[in-house]
Design a protein around this ligand. Structure first.
Ligand SMILES: Cc1ncc(COP(=O)(O)O)c(C=O)c1O
Length: 418
Protein backbone atom coordinates (compact mmCIF):
# COMPACT_ATOMS: atom_id res chain seq x y z
CA UNK A 1 0.00 0.00 0.00
CA UNK A 2 0.94 3.64 -0.37
CA UNK A 3 3.63 3.08 -3.00
CA UNK A 4 4.66 6.34 -4.66
CA UNK A 5 2.86 7.15 -7.89
CA UNK A 6 6.07 7.31 -9.93
CA UNK A 7 6.97 3.72 -9.01
CA UNK A 8 3.47 2.58 -9.90
CA UNK A 9 3.67 4.31 -13.24
CA UNK A 10 6.83 2.40 -14.02
CA UNK A 11 5.32 -0.94 -13.05
CA UNK A 12 2.12 -0.26 -14.96
CA UNK A 13 4.08 0.90 -17.97
CA UNK A 14 4.82 -2.74 -18.69
CA UNK A 15 1.09 -3.27 -19.14
CA UNK A 16 -0.26 -1.62 -22.28
CA UNK A 17 -3.64 -0.42 -20.98
CA UNK A 18 -4.39 1.69 -24.04
CA UNK A 19 -3.96 -1.29 -26.35
CA UNK A 20 -6.62 -3.24 -24.47
CA UNK A 21 -8.89 -0.24 -23.84
CA UNK A 22 -9.23 0.14 -27.59
CA UNK A 23 -11.08 -3.19 -27.64
CA UNK A 24 -13.91 -1.83 -25.45
CA UNK A 25 -16.24 0.43 -27.49
CA UNK A 26 -18.28 1.44 -24.44
CA UNK A 27 -15.20 3.00 -22.82
CA UNK A 28 -15.32 5.71 -25.52
CA UNK A 29 -18.76 6.81 -24.27
CA UNK A 30 -19.39 10.25 -22.79
CA UNK A 31 -21.76 10.49 -19.85
CA UNK A 32 -23.15 13.88 -18.84
CA UNK A 33 -20.73 15.46 -21.30
CA UNK A 34 -17.70 13.84 -19.62
CA UNK A 35 -15.64 10.83 -20.65
CA UNK A 36 -16.99 7.70 -18.99
CA UNK A 37 -14.89 6.52 -16.05
CA UNK A 38 -16.20 3.05 -15.39
CA UNK A 39 -15.36 1.91 -11.86
CA UNK A 40 -18.23 -0.51 -11.25
CA UNK A 41 -16.48 -3.60 -12.53
CA UNK A 42 -17.17 -5.76 -9.49
CA UNK A 43 -20.87 -5.51 -10.31
CA UNK A 44 -20.37 -6.24 -14.01
CA UNK A 45 -17.41 -5.67 -16.29
CA UNK A 46 -17.56 -4.46 -19.89
CA UNK A 47 -17.24 -6.68 -22.95
CA UNK A 48 -14.47 -6.32 -25.55
CA UNK A 49 -15.24 -6.31 -29.27
CA UNK A 50 -13.66 -9.73 -30.04
CA UNK A 51 -15.95 -11.32 -27.44
CA UNK A 52 -19.02 -9.55 -28.88
CA UNK A 53 -17.92 -10.66 -32.34
CA UNK A 54 -17.97 -14.27 -31.19
CA UNK A 55 -21.64 -13.94 -30.23
CA UNK A 56 -22.47 -12.47 -33.64
CA UNK A 57 -20.49 -15.17 -35.49
CA UNK A 58 -22.29 -17.89 -33.55
CA UNK A 59 -25.72 -16.40 -34.29
CA UNK A 60 -24.99 -15.69 -37.93
CA UNK A 61 -23.28 -18.96 -38.88
CA UNK A 62 -23.54 -21.66 -36.21
CA UNK A 63 -26.80 -21.51 -34.29
CA UNK A 64 -29.03 -24.54 -33.72
CA UNK A 65 -30.10 -26.44 -30.64
CA UNK A 66 -27.42 -28.75 -29.27
CA UNK A 67 -27.09 -32.46 -28.40
CA UNK A 68 -30.24 -33.32 -30.34
CA UNK A 69 -29.87 -33.52 -34.08
CA UNK A 70 -27.51 -34.91 -36.69
CA UNK A 71 -27.67 -31.92 -39.02
CA UNK A 72 -24.63 -29.72 -39.64
CA UNK A 73 -25.63 -26.68 -37.58
CA UNK A 74 -26.64 -28.71 -34.55
CA UNK A 75 -23.39 -30.66 -34.65
CA UNK A 76 -21.42 -27.42 -35.05
CA UNK A 77 -23.22 -25.70 -32.15
CA UNK A 78 -22.74 -28.81 -29.98
CA UNK A 79 -19.02 -28.93 -30.76
CA UNK A 80 -18.63 -25.20 -29.99
CA UNK A 81 -20.62 -25.48 -26.74
CA UNK A 82 -18.61 -28.47 -25.55
CA UNK A 83 -15.45 -26.71 -26.75
CA UNK A 84 -16.37 -23.77 -24.51
CA UNK A 85 -16.71 -26.20 -21.60
CA UNK A 86 -13.14 -27.38 -22.24
CA UNK A 87 -11.93 -23.75 -22.33
CA UNK A 88 -13.51 -23.18 -18.92
CA UNK A 89 -11.97 -26.43 -17.69
CA UNK A 90 -8.51 -25.21 -18.71
CA UNK A 91 -9.22 -21.73 -17.29
CA UNK A 92 -9.63 -23.07 -13.74
CA UNK A 93 -7.53 -26.21 -14.31
CA UNK A 94 -10.30 -28.69 -13.58
CA UNK A 95 -9.21 -32.31 -13.95
CA UNK A 96 -12.05 -33.21 -16.34
CA UNK A 97 -14.46 -31.28 -18.57
CA UNK A 98 -17.45 -33.07 -17.00
CA UNK A 99 -16.64 -31.20 -13.78
CA UNK A 100 -17.71 -27.93 -15.46
CA UNK A 101 -21.46 -27.26 -15.27
CA UNK A 102 -22.83 -24.28 -17.14
CA UNK A 103 -25.23 -22.29 -14.96
CA UNK A 104 -26.78 -18.86 -15.36
CA UNK A 105 -24.26 -17.35 -12.92
CA UNK A 106 -22.73 -17.61 -9.46
CA UNK A 107 -26.10 -17.37 -7.73
CA UNK A 108 -27.47 -20.22 -9.81
CA UNK A 109 -24.33 -22.30 -9.18
CA UNK A 110 -24.56 -21.88 -5.40
CA UNK A 111 -28.27 -22.70 -5.46
CA UNK A 112 -27.48 -25.83 -7.45
CA UNK A 113 -25.10 -27.01 -4.71
CA UNK A 114 -27.46 -25.96 -1.91
CA UNK A 115 -30.24 -27.96 -3.51
CA UNK A 116 -28.27 -30.85 -4.99
CA UNK A 117 -25.82 -31.38 -2.14
CA UNK A 118 -27.25 -29.52 0.85
CA UNK A 119 -30.79 -30.80 0.69
CA UNK A 120 -29.58 -34.35 0.15
CA UNK A 121 -26.83 -34.57 2.75
CA UNK A 122 -27.57 -31.99 5.46
CA UNK A 123 -29.57 -33.28 8.42
CA UNK A 124 -31.16 -31.87 11.59
CA UNK A 125 -28.51 -30.62 14.02
CA UNK A 126 -25.85 -30.28 11.28
CA UNK A 127 -23.93 -27.05 10.82
CA UNK A 128 -22.93 -24.98 7.80
CA UNK A 129 -20.02 -22.56 8.17
CA UNK A 130 -20.14 -19.30 6.22
CA UNK A 131 -18.17 -16.07 6.66
CA UNK A 132 -19.17 -12.52 7.56
CA UNK A 133 -17.89 -11.48 4.13
CA UNK A 134 -20.41 -13.44 2.07
CA UNK A 135 -22.55 -12.00 -0.69
CA UNK A 136 -26.23 -12.67 -0.07
CA UNK A 137 -26.09 -15.32 -2.79
CA UNK A 138 -23.84 -17.41 -0.55
CA UNK A 139 -26.03 -16.86 2.51
CA UNK A 140 -29.68 -17.10 1.54
CA UNK A 141 -29.57 -20.50 -0.27
CA UNK A 142 -27.90 -22.02 2.83
CA UNK A 143 -30.43 -20.41 5.15
CA UNK A 144 -33.18 -22.02 3.06
CA UNK A 145 -31.53 -25.43 3.42
CA UNK A 146 -30.84 -24.89 7.13
CA UNK A 147 -34.44 -23.90 7.77
CA UNK A 148 -35.81 -26.88 5.89
CA UNK A 149 -33.43 -29.36 7.51
CA UNK A 150 -33.17 -27.95 11.02
CA UNK A 151 -29.47 -27.20 10.57
CA UNK A 152 -27.53 -24.20 11.92
CA UNK A 153 -25.46 -21.53 10.18
CA UNK A 154 -22.18 -20.62 11.91
CA UNK A 155 -20.29 -17.51 10.85
CA UNK A 156 -16.55 -16.81 10.74
CA UNK A 157 -16.00 -13.25 12.04
CA UNK A 158 -13.64 -10.62 10.61
CA UNK A 159 -11.25 -8.22 12.30
CA UNK A 160 -11.35 -4.44 11.84
CA UNK A 161 -9.34 -4.73 8.62
CA UNK A 162 -11.88 -7.11 7.12
CA UNK A 163 -9.75 -10.25 7.46
CA UNK A 164 -11.28 -13.54 8.56
CA UNK A 165 -10.34 -14.90 11.99
CA UNK A 166 -8.57 -18.18 11.33
CA UNK A 167 -8.61 -18.99 15.06
CA UNK A 168 -12.38 -18.68 15.21
CA UNK A 169 -12.70 -20.67 11.98
CA UNK A 170 -10.62 -23.46 13.54
CA UNK A 171 -12.90 -23.45 16.58
CA UNK A 172 -16.05 -23.64 14.44
CA UNK A 173 -14.91 -26.79 12.62
CA UNK A 174 -16.41 -29.76 14.41
CA UNK A 175 -18.01 -33.13 13.53
CA UNK A 176 -21.47 -31.54 13.03
CA UNK A 177 -20.25 -29.33 10.16
CA UNK A 178 -21.44 -30.59 6.76
CA UNK A 179 -20.25 -27.79 4.49
CA UNK A 180 -18.11 -24.65 4.47
CA UNK A 181 -18.99 -21.81 2.08
CA UNK A 182 -16.72 -18.81 1.59
CA UNK A 183 -15.86 -16.27 -1.03
CA UNK A 184 -12.40 -16.15 -2.54
CA UNK A 185 -12.49 -12.35 -2.77
CA UNK A 186 -15.01 -10.17 -0.93
CA UNK A 187 -17.06 -8.00 -3.29
CA UNK A 188 -17.76 -5.46 -0.54
CA UNK A 189 -14.23 -5.01 0.85
CA UNK A 190 -11.86 -6.64 -1.63
CA UNK A 191 -10.33 -8.96 0.99
CA UNK A 192 -8.59 -11.93 -0.60
CA UNK A 193 -9.32 -14.82 1.73
CA UNK A 194 -6.81 -17.58 2.57
CA UNK A 195 -8.98 -20.15 0.83
CA UNK A 196 -6.31 -22.79 0.31
CA UNK A 197 -5.54 -22.87 4.03
CA UNK A 198 -9.24 -22.83 4.94
CA UNK A 199 -9.99 -25.67 2.54
CA UNK A 200 -7.15 -27.77 3.97
CA UNK A 201 -8.48 -27.17 7.51
CA UNK A 202 -12.02 -28.18 6.49
CA UNK A 203 -10.73 -31.30 4.76
CA UNK A 204 -8.91 -32.36 7.93
CA UNK A 205 -12.45 -32.62 9.36
CA UNK A 206 -13.80 -34.32 6.23
CA UNK A 207 -15.91 -31.27 5.33
CA UNK A 208 -16.41 -30.20 1.67
CA UNK A 209 -15.88 -26.55 0.75
CA UNK A 210 -17.72 -24.34 -1.73
CA UNK A 211 -15.78 -21.28 -2.91
CA UNK A 212 -17.62 -18.33 -4.41
CA UNK A 213 -15.05 -17.13 -6.91
CA UNK A 214 -17.15 -14.43 -8.60
CA UNK A 215 -14.68 -11.68 -7.63
CA UNK A 216 -11.54 -13.78 -8.01
CA UNK A 217 -11.50 -15.17 -11.55
CA UNK A 218 -11.21 -11.79 -13.33
CA UNK A 219 -8.21 -10.80 -11.21
CA UNK A 220 -6.06 -13.85 -10.45
CA UNK A 221 -5.20 -17.25 -11.85
CA UNK A 222 -7.41 -19.87 -10.20
CA UNK A 223 -6.39 -23.52 -10.05
CA UNK A 224 -9.16 -25.60 -8.52
CA UNK A 225 -6.92 -28.65 -8.21
CA UNK A 226 -4.21 -26.70 -6.37
CA UNK A 227 -6.87 -25.15 -4.09
CA UNK A 228 -8.44 -28.60 -3.70
CA UNK A 229 -11.88 -26.94 -3.36
CA UNK A 230 -14.91 -29.18 -3.78
CA UNK A 231 -17.02 -26.56 -5.56
CA UNK A 232 -16.04 -23.28 -7.23
CA UNK A 233 -18.60 -20.83 -8.66
CA UNK A 234 -18.29 -17.80 -10.92
CA UNK A 235 -20.20 -15.54 -13.35
CA UNK A 236 -19.44 -14.70 -16.98
CA UNK A 237 -20.46 -11.05 -16.80
CA UNK A 238 -17.80 -10.21 -14.21
CA UNK A 239 -15.02 -11.60 -16.44
CA UNK A 240 -15.71 -9.68 -19.67
CA UNK A 241 -18.29 -12.20 -20.90
CA UNK A 242 -22.07 -12.00 -21.22
CA UNK A 243 -24.79 -12.04 -18.59
CA UNK A 244 -26.90 -15.16 -18.18
CA UNK A 245 -23.97 -17.58 -18.01
CA UNK A 246 -21.74 -18.84 -15.22
CA UNK A 247 -19.96 -21.91 -14.05
CA UNK A 248 -20.14 -24.42 -11.27
CA UNK A 249 -16.97 -26.46 -10.96
CA UNK A 250 -17.46 -29.54 -8.79
CA UNK A 251 -15.34 -32.58 -8.08
CA UNK A 252 -16.76 -35.40 -10.21
CA UNK A 253 -17.22 -37.77 -7.27
CA UNK A 254 -19.38 -35.19 -5.45
CA UNK A 255 -21.38 -34.14 -8.51
CA UNK A 256 -22.19 -37.78 -9.18
CA UNK A 257 -23.63 -38.18 -5.68
CA UNK A 258 -25.79 -35.06 -5.93
CA UNK A 259 -29.41 -34.84 -6.96
CA UNK A 260 -30.29 -32.63 -9.95
CA UNK A 261 -31.72 -29.18 -9.22
CA UNK A 262 -33.91 -28.95 -12.31
CA UNK A 263 -35.68 -31.67 -14.26
CA UNK A 264 -36.35 -31.65 -17.99
CA UNK A 265 -34.92 -32.44 -21.39
CA UNK A 266 -31.27 -33.36 -21.88
CA UNK A 267 -30.68 -34.25 -18.21
CA UNK A 268 -32.14 -37.74 -18.61
CA UNK A 269 -31.08 -41.06 -20.12
CA UNK A 270 -34.60 -42.49 -20.14
CA UNK A 271 -38.05 -41.45 -18.97
CA UNK A 272 -41.17 -43.47 -18.29
CA UNK A 273 -44.06 -42.42 -16.10
CA UNK A 274 -42.78 -44.95 -13.58
CA UNK A 275 -39.13 -43.94 -13.47
CA UNK A 276 -36.55 -41.54 -14.87
CA UNK A 277 -32.88 -42.37 -15.17
CA UNK A 278 -30.68 -39.29 -15.02
CA UNK A 279 -27.98 -38.48 -17.53
CA UNK A 280 -24.30 -38.50 -16.57
CA UNK A 281 -22.55 -35.32 -15.36
CA UNK A 282 -22.39 -32.57 -16.50
CA UNK A 283 -25.65 -33.07 -18.42
CA UNK A 284 -27.54 -34.19 -15.31
CA UNK A 285 -27.36 -30.56 -14.15
CA UNK A 286 -28.10 -28.82 -17.46
CA UNK A 287 -31.81 -29.41 -18.00
CA UNK A 288 -33.47 -27.87 -21.02
CA UNK A 289 -31.87 -25.77 -23.74
CA UNK A 290 -28.87 -24.10 -22.11
CA UNK A 291 -27.64 -20.56 -22.88
CA UNK A 292 -25.65 -21.89 -25.86
CA UNK A 293 -24.61 -18.53 -27.35
CA UNK A 294 -23.64 -17.19 -23.93
CA UNK A 295 -21.55 -20.26 -23.10
CA UNK A 296 -19.67 -20.06 -26.41
CA UNK A 297 -19.16 -16.33 -25.91
CA UNK A 298 -17.86 -16.98 -22.39
CA UNK A 299 -15.32 -19.29 -24.02
CA UNK A 300 -14.23 -16.30 -26.13
CA UNK A 301 -13.97 -14.19 -22.95
CA UNK A 302 -11.63 -16.82 -21.52
CA UNK A 303 -9.51 -16.57 -24.70
CA UNK A 304 -9.47 -12.79 -24.38
CA UNK A 305 -8.55 -12.78 -20.69
CA UNK A 306 -5.86 -15.35 -21.39
CA UNK A 307 -4.43 -13.09 -24.10
CA UNK A 308 -4.41 -10.13 -21.69
CA UNK A 309 -2.91 -12.43 -19.06
CA UNK A 310 -4.98 -12.68 -15.90
CA UNK A 311 -1.91 -12.28 -13.69
CA UNK A 312 -0.72 -9.19 -15.60
CA UNK A 313 -4.28 -7.83 -15.36
CA UNK A 314 -4.27 -8.48 -11.61
CA UNK A 315 -0.89 -6.77 -11.16
CA UNK A 316 -2.13 -3.67 -13.01
CA UNK A 317 -5.31 -3.62 -10.90
CA UNK A 318 -3.18 -3.85 -7.75
CA UNK A 319 -1.23 -0.81 -8.93
CA UNK A 320 -4.52 1.04 -9.47
CA UNK A 321 -5.79 -0.01 -6.06
CA UNK A 322 -2.58 1.00 -4.29
CA UNK A 323 -2.54 4.38 -5.99
CA UNK A 324 -6.24 4.99 -5.33
CA UNK A 325 -5.86 3.93 -1.69
CA UNK A 326 -2.92 6.29 -1.25
CA UNK A 327 -4.72 9.22 -2.89
CA UNK A 328 -8.04 8.69 -1.10
CA UNK A 329 -6.23 8.27 2.24
CA UNK A 330 -4.82 11.78 1.80
CA UNK A 331 -8.32 13.28 1.75
CA UNK A 332 -9.82 14.37 5.07
CA UNK A 333 -13.07 12.80 6.24
CA UNK A 334 -12.72 9.56 4.32
CA UNK A 335 -12.91 6.15 5.92
CA UNK A 336 -11.75 3.19 3.85
CA UNK A 337 -13.77 0.09 4.74
CA UNK A 338 -11.62 -2.98 4.23
CA UNK A 339 -7.90 -2.56 4.73
CA UNK A 340 -6.83 -6.19 4.57
CA UNK A 341 -3.19 -6.99 3.92
CA UNK A 342 -4.25 -9.01 0.87
CA UNK A 343 -6.79 -7.11 -1.24
CA UNK A 344 -7.99 -7.16 -4.83
CA UNK A 345 -9.41 -4.42 -7.05
CA UNK A 346 -12.02 -2.97 -4.65
CA UNK A 347 -11.94 0.35 -2.79
CA UNK A 348 -14.91 0.75 -0.45
CA UNK A 349 -15.16 4.00 1.47
CA UNK A 350 -17.43 6.42 3.28
CA UNK A 351 -17.31 10.20 3.10
CA UNK A 352 -18.04 11.95 6.41
CA UNK A 353 -21.41 13.69 6.37
CA UNK A 354 -22.39 12.49 2.88
CA UNK A 355 -24.68 9.55 2.15
CA UNK A 356 -23.08 7.10 -0.31
CA UNK A 357 -26.05 7.55 -2.63
CA UNK A 358 -25.21 11.27 -2.90
CA UNK A 359 -21.56 10.44 -3.52
CA UNK A 360 -22.62 8.16 -6.38
CA UNK A 361 -25.06 10.69 -7.81
CA UNK A 362 -22.54 13.55 -7.82
CA UNK A 363 -19.78 11.35 -9.28
CA UNK A 364 -22.21 10.31 -12.03
CA UNK A 365 -22.49 13.98 -12.98
CA UNK A 366 -18.74 13.79 -13.64
CA UNK A 367 -19.19 10.68 -15.80
CA UNK A 368 -17.82 8.44 -13.07
CA UNK A 369 -19.63 5.15 -12.42
CA UNK A 370 -19.18 3.66 -8.96
CA UNK A 371 -21.49 1.44 -6.89
CA UNK A 372 -23.15 2.68 -3.73
CA UNK A 373 -25.19 0.67 -1.25
CA UNK A 374 -24.74 -2.50 0.77
CA UNK A 375 -23.33 -4.48 -2.19
CA UNK A 376 -25.60 -7.45 -1.38
CA UNK A 377 -23.48 -7.97 1.72
CA UNK A 378 -25.55 -6.54 4.57
CA UNK A 379 -23.87 -8.63 7.31
CA UNK A 380 -20.48 -7.11 6.54
CA UNK A 381 -21.97 -3.59 6.50
CA UNK A 382 -23.47 -4.34 9.92
CA UNK A 383 -20.07 -5.56 11.17
CA UNK A 384 -18.60 -2.16 10.32
CA UNK A 385 -21.59 -0.29 11.74
CA UNK A 386 -22.63 1.32 8.46
CA UNK A 387 -25.62 0.87 6.15
CA UNK A 388 -23.68 1.33 2.92
CA UNK A 389 -20.41 2.34 1.26
CA UNK A 390 -19.26 3.91 -1.98
CA UNK A 391 -17.28 1.34 -3.92
CA UNK A 392 -14.86 1.86 -6.79
CA UNK A 393 -13.84 -1.44 -8.37
CA UNK A 394 -11.15 -1.80 -11.00
CA UNK A 395 -10.63 -3.74 -14.20
CA UNK A 396 -7.43 -4.04 -16.23
CA UNK A 397 -8.73 -1.39 -18.66
CA UNK A 398 -8.79 1.30 -15.97
CA UNK A 399 -6.04 3.90 -15.83
CA UNK A 400 -4.21 6.00 -13.27
CA UNK A 401 -5.84 9.05 -14.87
CA UNK A 402 -9.23 7.55 -14.05
CA UNK A 403 -8.14 7.19 -10.42
CA UNK A 404 -7.20 10.88 -10.52
CA UNK A 405 -10.69 11.65 -11.89
CA UNK A 406 -12.24 9.68 -9.02
CA UNK A 407 -10.21 11.55 -6.42
CA UNK A 408 -11.06 14.92 -8.02
CA UNK A 409 -14.71 13.85 -8.04
CA UNK A 410 -14.65 12.99 -4.33
CA UNK A 411 -13.09 16.39 -3.58
CA UNK A 412 -15.93 18.01 -5.50
CA UNK A 413 -18.48 16.01 -3.49
CA UNK A 414 -16.85 17.19 -0.27
CA UNK A 415 -16.95 20.78 -1.50
CA UNK A 416 -20.66 20.56 -2.33
CA UNK A 417 -21.41 19.15 1.11
CA UNK A 418 -18.67 21.09 2.93
C1 LIG B 1 -18.82 -12.36 -4.34
C2 LIG B 1 -20.05 -12.47 -5.18
N1 LIG B 1 -20.77 -13.59 -5.14
C3 LIG B 1 -21.88 -13.75 -5.88
C4 LIG B 1 -22.34 -12.76 -6.70
C5 LIG B 1 -23.58 -12.99 -7.49
O1 LIG B 1 -23.27 -13.08 -8.84
P1 LIG B 1 -24.43 -13.18 -9.93
O2 LIG B 1 -25.36 -12.05 -9.66
O3 LIG B 1 -23.71 -13.06 -11.23
O4 LIG B 1 -25.08 -14.51 -9.76
C6 LIG B 1 -21.64 -11.56 -6.77
C7 LIG B 1 -22.14 -10.43 -7.58
O5 LIG B 1 -21.88 -9.29 -7.31
C8 LIG B 1 -20.46 -11.42 -6.00
O6 LIG B 1 -19.75 -10.30 -6.04
Amino acid sequence: MNAPHTGLKQRSAAFDVERFRADFPILRARINGKPLVFLDNAASSQMPQPVMDRWIRYQTTQHANIHRAVHYLSETATAEYEGARRKLQAFVNAAEDREIIFTTGTTDAINLVAHGYGRKFIEPGDEIILTTLEHHSNIVPWQMVAEEKGAKIRVVPVNDRGELSMEEYGRLLNPRVKLVGMNHVSNALGTVNPVREMIAAAHRHGVPVLVDGAQAVPHMAVDVQALDCDFYCFSGHKMYGPTGIGVLYGKAALLEKMQPFKGGGDMILSVTFEKTTYNVIPHKFEAGTPPIAAAITLGAAVDYLTEVGVERAGAHETDLLDYATDQVNRLPGIRIIGTAENKAAVLSFTVDGVHPHDVGTLLNEEGIAIRTGHHCAQPVMKRFGIPATSRASFAFYNTMAEVDALVAGIKKVQKVFG
